[in-house]
Design a protein around this ligand. Structure first.
Ligand code: FAD
Length: 301
């Protein structure tokens, strides 16, 4: 087993906080997959679980239904992603109210991608919020929601610089955000350099690393290219030649993510947000490796 795993302080003496991200299922089969995933991960006692919002608000109802069911049927603390794209202020306020109505009080507030896709110019809805900060402010005013937002260790593709990106993060914090979850990254130095710059600006909210277990290398690389995440050559090398070898790919994926998380942990990081892709096994294994064990009594989904 690799050195960083052997040498880590994983078994002990620090308070680890984890959260999981799911996407709303599109059909009955995916629905089963999601609830199996939730049931497997729930005993690890995440501080919250979040559910994404499809591009342009395309999953408005499905996201709401998933979040509402998590709230109703599990002991989990759900958070709903919500974007500003293609919706008026009144529409978004209605969505926020619908979450309050089912007892959900945590929003992951986002601007969202331009409807024409990443790279196209972003056009706010004529009656919509002009920025994420405005959405954050509305969420705080309407229901005193807990609000998490995004952060970009390698900067957002539309940002002129990391500093300009941190200006946007600062505006979201000034509006009431209390946690940032990062875009995924593979090089931990990138995260720590960003973290130092954020700290130097006097920002003190948690900047929680978003961890992607590489379920499928080709898909992950394509997605990374679109959202500005660097895929190091060493990562490509590890998956090289494994396109038709799923069992080995899964072992490599677990090792890569475990190495990343354990290195972050060894350097003092105590909060992790896992992009689960609605698949539990890799995430469960990584959590086990860092010392997390199922709670003795659990409520299943
Ligand atoms: P912000 O952080 O508000 O802004 C990002 C960048 O856009 C800025 O740094 C700047 O370059 C530019 N920008 C924004 N506002 C201004 C302004 N007023 N003036 C100048 N420049 C500006 N997308 C979804 O559709 N659904 C989801 O559920 C979802 N979940 C996500 C979860 C996380 C943790 C992350 C990191 C991203 C998620 N996204 C999601 C993707 C996100 O919507 C896109 O990256 C989008 O392009 C930016 O939204 P944001 O809230 O991150 O933008």
């Amino acid at each position: 087993m690799a050195g960083p795993i052997r040498n880590s302080r994983r078994n002990g003496h620090r308070d680890l906080t984890i959260s999981f991200e799911f996407f709303p299922p599109k059909n009955a089969e995916m629905e089963d997959g999601l609830w199996d995933c939730v049931a497997r991960l729930q005993p690890l006692n995440p501080s919250f679980v979040s559910v994404t919002y499809g591009a342009g608000g395309s999953t408005r109802e499905r996201t709401h239904a998933t979040v509402a069911r998590l709230s109703r049927e599990t002991g989990l603390n759900p958070a709903a992603h919500l974007t500003c794209v293609g919706a008026s202020r009144a529409d978004i306020k209605e969505v926020l109210q619908s979450y309050l109505d089912v007892g959900v009080k945590h929003i992951v507030a986002l601007r969202g991608d331009p409807p024409a896709g990443l790279g196209a110019a972003y056009e706010p809805h004529p009656d919509g919020f002009m920025s994420t900060a405005e959405l954050v402010k509305a969420a705080r005013e309407i229901g005193d929601f807990e609000v998490s937002v995004s952060a970009y260790p390698e900067k957002h593709p539309e940002s002129a610089s990391i500093d300009a990106d941190i200006d946007v993060l600062q505006a979201k914090i000034d509006a009431g955000a209390t946690r940032a979850i990062t875009q995924f990254f593979f090089d931990n130095d990138v995260y720590f350099r960003y973290f130092d710059r954020v700290l130097a600006r006097g920002i003190s909210i948690p900047i929680v690393p978003g961890i992607v277990p590489v379920q499928n290398f080709k898909q992950t690389r394509n997605f990374a290219q679109r959202c500005g995440t660097t895929v190091p050559q060493w990562l490509a090398d590890r998956f090289d030649g494994l396109d038709n070898d799923l069992p080995t790919r899964r072992l490599i994926a677990a090792a890569v993510a475990a190495e990343q998380v354990i290195d972050l942990l060894d350097q003092g990081v105590e909060q992790f947000h896992f992009y689960t892709m609605n698949k539990a096994d890799l995430v469960y294994a990584i959590c086990h490796l860092i010392g997390l064990r199922p709670a003795p009594t659990t409520v299943s989904a």
